[in-house]
Design a protein around this ligand. Structure first.
Ligand code: SF4
Ligand code: SF4
Length: 56
């Protein structure tokens, strides 16, 4: 189980700097989470202004 970023993402980048394991990177039209790296801490979900990251 890893967090995933939905299409609601507006590519603000706020979540990427707050991820403790560097699992978030800019993708095509939205940011993406590397499921193998994510440790399910939930920080991105708390940071995101549009609630795009959610547990898969
Ligand atoms: Fe990074 Fe935590 Fe979000 Fe996973 S849940 S992508 S580890 S901030
Ligand atoms: Fe996208 Fe939310 Fe991350 Fe901003 S904080 S890049 S809107 S997932």
């Amino acid at each position: 189980m890893a967090y995933q970023i939905s299409d609601d993402c507006i590519s603000c980048g706020a979540c990427a700097g707050g991820c403790p394991v560097g699992a978030i990177s800019e993708g095509d039209g939205k940011y993406v989470i590397d499921a193998d790296t994510c440790i399910d801490c939930g920080a991105c979900a708390e940071t995101c202004p549009v609630g795009a990251p959610a547990q898969a």
